[in-house]
Design a binder for this molecule. Structure first.
Ligand code: ASP
Length: 431
């Protein structure tokens, strides 16, 4: 069985196990009644499954910083001589911005048509306190690291990107033996870290099983029923954008087959879904985009880690629908200017926030405040956010890969034969 299928199986079995537990042992007040139920909860779901799930996520995160640093140094060192860096960065950022803007506009339009927030009881929205959001100025200043080791300790992606780019660029400028020795060293190091990624990917089916079993044991599907209209509106827009828009974009801007793209990206999206973190998925995204889709390391090593931080179309979609939902629930009309403001702030909100679970809900505060909507409204949607977080993270990482492929194709840095070669799949390589 291929790794993708094993992960899918792990997902399904985990979901079923968790749901069965929830149905048989958890009552309507979220209490576990029987002693055997409590025993299961403590030792199996909160004990064994929780531990394995956390070890799985930690093992992925373990590789993020070394991989991004080494891979980006290789890319920048190789690019340095060609002075294509500016064009590449410009195209990548431009596409990220356009895609996110489109995502928010689409989500607002759909939400206005579907009206998920009409007739919602707002009495429950009282216990949400707004967290502190850094200003745009602070976010900009924060991009330059004052201590690169600290950036790595904090896994601050933008700071690591800046440092690695400069480091790689400097290697290319040093020239001579020093440069070629460093390049060989970093390329070898990159191979070693990629090998570690491959080894850890084999653990994924078990990790995914445990993560989902634990999640659904406490969550159940009951939460969706109360917020069905909101939930399914977000899911609908995520599908429209993640499949329709991305598929069309790949076809139109690069002439490549969207089907091949989605087939090869399947396992990356499953990783994103189960971890709900674009950051933790970086090792798998990078590996797949380079190895299976044929994107040159010079493009992938820059656009993937950058995208994990600044490009969150799925998150922006949730924010667009959530804003309309809250406006409707509170009966406040924010008008066309308000919606334009939402597009602007939701796009900006995704920049500078790390791709970690649940961050979208925090930056939603900023979006609501920008149009004067009550922040407590977030309490209305918090119940289903974990599930939506998983789905939107899949869209977030797909968006990064779409842009990497398009930019690589336009810069003649895409191996088209590799892209089209269906048998090339990182998962099938021997460890
Ligand atoms: N979990 C998302 C990500 O990592 C961010 C969010 O929407 O909360 O991409």
């Amino acid at each position: 069985m291929s790794l993708t299928n094993k992960i899918l199986l792990g997902m399904m079995l985990g979901t079923i196990t968790g749901l069965l537990f929830n149905i048989f042992f958890v009552d309507d007040q979220h209490q576990i009644q029987t002693t055997s139920g409590q025993w299961f909860q403590v030792f199996v779901f909160d004990g064994l499954f929780d531990a394995i799930g956390k070890i799985f996520i930690a093992s992925l995160k373990m590789l993020v910083v070394p991989l991004v640093f080494v891979s980006l140094v290789c890319g920048a060192a190789a690019l340095g001589g060609q002075s294509r860096m500016g064009a590449l960065a410009g195209k990548t950022l431009g596409l990220y911005l356009c895609c996110t803007t489109f995502a928010v506009a689409l989500s607002i339009t759909c939400a206005i048509l579907i009206q998920p927030g009409a007739n919602v009881d707002i009495a429950t929205a009282s216990n949400f306190t707004a967290p502190e959001i850094p200003s745009i100025k602070d976010t900009l200043i924060d991009i330059v690291p004052s201590n690169p080791l600290q950036s790595m300790v904090d896994a601050n992606m933008l700071q690591i990107i800046i440092f690695s780019l400069l480091f790689g660029f400097a290697i290319s400028r040093v020239g001579g033996d020093a440069a070629s020795n460093m390049i060989v060293f970093f390329n070898n190091l990159n191979d070693v870290i990629i090998k570690m990624v491959m080894m850890l990917m084999q653990l994924a089916p078990y990790g995914v099983f445990c993560l989902l079993a634990k999640l659904f044991a406490s969550l159940g599907f009951g939460v969706i029923a109360d917020l069905a209209k909101y939930f399914f509106t977000v899911v609908l827009v995520l599908f429209l954008h993640g499949i329709g828009f991305y598929g069309a974009l790949i076809k139109m801007l690069s002439g490549l087959s969207p089907l091949v793209f989605f087939k090869k990206m399947q396992k990356v999206m499953l990783f994103a879904f189960s971890t709900a973190s674009s950051n933790a998925t970086i090792p798998i995204t990078l590996r797949t985009v380079e190895h299976d889709l044929g994107v040159d390391n010079k493009v992938a090593s820059f656009s993937i880690p950058l995208g994990a931080t600044v490009n969150m179309d799925g998150t922006a979609i949730m924010q667009g629908v959530a804003t309309v939902f809250i406006a409707q629930a509170y009966n406040i009309d924010i008008g066309i200017a308000g919606y334009l403001m939402v597009i602007l702030t939701a796009t900006l909100a995704s920049i500078g926030t790390a791709g970690v679970p649940g961050v979208g809900l925090i930056t939603l505060t900023m979006v609501l405040q920008s149009v004067g909507l009550p922040v407590e409204g977030i309490a209305l949607i918090i119940g289903v956010d974990r599930l939506l977080d998983m789905i939107r993270t899949g869209v977030n990482v797909a968006g990064d890969a779409v842009v990497a492929v398009i930019v690589a194709k336009s810069e003649k840095m895409l191996d088209i034969a590799r892209y089209n070669n269906e048998s090339l799949n990182a998962e099938n390589q021997p460890v």
